[in-house]
Design a protein around this ligand. Structure first.
Ligand code: ADP
Ligand code: ZN
Length: 432
């Protein structure tokens, strides 16, 4: 019988031991950055704190936050604490909105990241005999290599298919007997849709598990993937600034466990920046516990979330986080109501008649923002004619009104008009 936990010591560590471990490591990390990175020295000095002011975990709240623009201002290596001779890998995020975010790793950092990924995949039924197809984009983006390393450590049979070429992905699943599929949830949807169109019974294929991450997705989308794809849909969460994927992962009970021996989580009020307690919704903030090349201190992720300390049936004691509601930069304020794309997605997914494909068009009407939702329907609806299409659009619109409380026109657009995603799906089109 194979072991239940990949890393028993940390995954089921008791709260007191974990806190002591985090305290000791964070103390070292605060000293490490203060002595080596001028940016942190200045930020600490400006706030009048020294690493020695950190005695207990709560003291972390005295230290300054780090934000995305700090990374941009210090591009490419201003926040790197070690010489290039100690760096073994440099990743970067897409950088679609300006300069990319760099992520340098020492050999130890890389090893820890690999362990975090192996831990998550192991919790998700991946074993040495698993045929695992890695359809995350390989390269600068942390997703592809992160999953590759974790799967290599476990010793799976890896198929590094990379993102895109959907028909070939399907052929590989069929020919190689892929059991575990790693990609973004929106790309998995693209694969399922394509297979269905090709008349392939993907529901009864060899696929057993999906390992999805890199973008927000609703619980309803997860159920749809499980039903139509015939697999258990697991989740990974992470960001380039912290290490990439591997920050947290779901167990078989859909609880998202944070690798808190590597990333220390806090929730703060995004407006006042005051720390919030467990079970309160706010912005996720992470501090690297043991990273050495680029240890982030109190990094504001912009991701809206809630932390919980609850007993999980899987036995892991690692703290859990809720599914990410959305990024604060994707939050829209419509008629005074805060709206995230994931909420619109949840409503859309209640309708069997629509495909899990949508885009939100953000427009300006006078001084006010308003949104319209484009989605595609199943083939039967188009076949049934205009009246049926209009009736469906109306029903969805009134459901959105009921659930989210805002008036949103819904357009059932012609088939194949919404761009199919191979990586992170673009949900908001800003037309203001
Ligand atoms: P970028 O998208 O800026 O290139 P990253 O690839 O590092 O940078 O993306 C990290 C972000 O992706 C996270 O901050 C979060 O918003 C989103 N993300 C990653 N995994 C998940 C997930 N499982 N659920 C929701 N959002 C996620
Ligand atoms: Zn669990």
């Amino acid at each position: 019988m194979s072991k239940k936990f990949w890393d028993e010591k940390f995954e089921i560590m008791n709260d007191g031991q974990m806190k002591a471990f985090q305290r000791d490591k964070l103390e070292e990390t605060l000293k490490w950055v203060y002595e080596r990175i001028p940016f942190y020295k200045k930020a600490f000095d400006d706030k009048g704190v020294k690493p020695s002011d950190f005695q207990k975990l709560e003291d972390l709240a005295k230290f300054p936050f780090t934000v995305k623009t700090d990374l941009r201002d210090n591009y490419p290596f201003g926040l790197c604490a070690v010489p290039m001779s100690d760096v073994v890998r440099i990743h970067a995020s897409s950088g679609t909105t300006g300069k990319p975010i760099t992520g340098p790793y020492t050999a130890d950092d890389l090893d820890q990241w690999t362990e975090c990924m192996a831990r998550g995949l192991w919790a998700q039924e991946v074993r040495p005999d698993t045929v695992l197809q890695n359809a995350y984009g390989m390269g600068l983006f942390t997703g592809g290599l992160g999953f590759l390393q974790g799967a290599m450590r476990i010793g799976c049979a890896i198929v590094p298919s990379g993102a895109g070429m959907t028909e070939r992905q399907i052929m590989l699943i069929q020919d190689f007997g892929t059991q575990a599929l790693c990609c973004t949830p929106s790309y998995c949807m693209t694969i399922i849709e394509k297979a269905e169109k090709m008349g392939i019974d993907i529901q009864n294929s060899t696929l057993k598990t999906g390992h999805f991450g890199a973008e927000p997705w609703s619980v309803e989308m997860r159920s749809d993937i499980e039903r139509r794809g015939g697999m258990h849909a697991y989740e990974h969460y992470g960001l380039t600034e912290l290490m990439g994927p591997g920050v947290s992962f779901t167990c078989e009970y859909y609880k998202i466990h944070i690798n808190e021996d590597h990333v220390y989580p806090e929730i703060v009020d995004p407006a006042t920046l005051e720390p919030l307690g467990l079970e309160e919704e706010g912005e996720l903030v992470f501090t690297a516990v043991q990273r050495r090349a680029m240890p982030m201190i109190r990094y504001r992720t912009r991701d809206i979330c809630t932390l919980r300390r609850e007993k999980c049936e899987c036995g892991r004691t690692l703290i859990t986080m809720d599914k990410i509601l959305g990024r604060s930069d994707d939050m829209m304020i419509i008629s005074g109501v805060n709206v995230f794309p994931s909420q619109v997605e949840s409503v859309l997914m209640e309708f069997e008649e629509v495909e899990p494909l949508y885009q939100i068009r953000l427009k300006k009407k006078g001084y006010m923002d308003h949104i319209e939702v484009d989605t595609e329907a199943r083939k039967e609806i188009y076949d049934a004619g205009r009246e049926k299409i209009d009736e469906l659009a109306k029903r969805i619109s009134s459901r959105i009104q009921q659930v989210i409380g805002i008036n949103v026109p819904v357009n059932i657009v012609p088939q194949e008009t919404i761009e199919r995603s191979i990586g992170k799906a673009k949900r908001i089109i800003d037309e203001r």
